[in-house]
Design a binder for this molecule. Structure first.
Ligand SMILES: [Zn+2]
Length: 287
């Protein structure tokens, strides 16, 4: 019997998926999946350089830039004038770069918490001549508490785009956020959809590619697991499925095997959403 890091249930896990020397177990309670034993990313991914090469690829950076408009729009849906914005793990920083073009007076209220030196340097260049704050930190509630204290405890809009699946204990992280965030704060998350993962791992192997991101992901979320994680913390949550629908989305995938025919088909017949295996899950958690 083990405690699920997503839903906090004490439950007997069953073996689910193996990839790149890592094994994930399914939680029968929330249907999420958990890497056991947990190994820190640096011990799992052979060659940090591989990771950086991928992100340093100029073409990839250009593709992310195009796609980031979608992410900025997601932020704008929830942003209110009285909020500060904290993005955890912003990486290349494009969604916020778009945001301050629209709200240039808000840049001093934006905090980018980045732990990787490579991205920190990239961000410093991107945000020269702006008042955006770049903070060297992991996803750490203590650092968030400091930011809140220095900003009159204003409500925060926290954004974690493909970050939560890299945390060891998302349930505890949410619990800690709940104890420090002022009322009216909102956490926006985007995570890979676990329902798609097993199929994707199978497909990549068939294609002779090891483009699956599975080994970097500790916890794998389903719609039900996100809901349970929030509700057991006493928090209100809304979850959406985000399907791949346009070429900007496709270009941001590790492999580009979708065709425009499939994209147009999905626009008319959204079977991915119907069967619950859309590419990503997006959620808003209300404090
Ligand atoms: Zn669980």
């Amino acid at each position: 019997v083990q405690t699920c890091p997503i839903c906090n249930s004490n439950i007997r896990f069953r073996k689910y998926l193996s990839d790149k020397g890592c094994t994930w177990y399914k939680c029968p309670s929330c249907k999420g999946a958990v890497m056991l034993p947990y190994l820190h990313e640096s011990k799992r991914i052979s060659g940090q350089e591989l990771y950086f090469e991928y992100h340093n690829d100029q073409q990839f950076i250009e593709r992310r830039k195009k796609f980031s408009v979608n992410q900025t729009n997601f932020l704008r849906m929830f942003y209110k004038e009285n909020m500060i914005i904290i993005e955890i793990g912003p990486g290349l920083g494009f969604p916020i770069l778009n945001f301050i073009k629209i709200f240039p007076n808000k840049s001093q209220d934006i905090f980018l918490m980045e732990s990787e030196e490579f991205f920190q340097n990239h961000l410093k260049k991107q945000f020269t001549n702006t008042r955006v704050n770049i903070i060297s930190s992991e996803a750490n509630p203590g650092s968030i508490k400091k930011i809140l204290k220095n900003n009159n405890n204003k409500p925060a809009l926290i954004y974690m785009d493909n970050v939560l699946e890299h945390l060891e204990y998302p349930y505890i992280f949410l619990h800690e956020l709940n104890s420090i965030l002022p009322a009216g704060s909102i956490l926006l998350i985007d995570v890979p959809n676990e329902n798609l993962l097993r199929f994707r791992t199978w497909l990549y192997k068939k294609l002779g590619s090891d483009g699956t991101t599975a080994a970097a992901h500790i916890n794998l979320f389903t719609k039900a697991s996100l809901k349970m994680m929030a509700k057991k913390n006493g928090l209100k949550i809304k979850v959406w499925q985000r399907g791949i629908r346009n070429i900007e989305d496709v270009n941001c995938l590790p492999t580009n095997n979708y065709t425009s025919i499939l994209l147009n088909f999905l626009k008319i017949f959204p079977i991915d959403k119907f069967f619950g295996f859309a590419n990503n899950l997006r959620a808003a958690i209300y404090f």
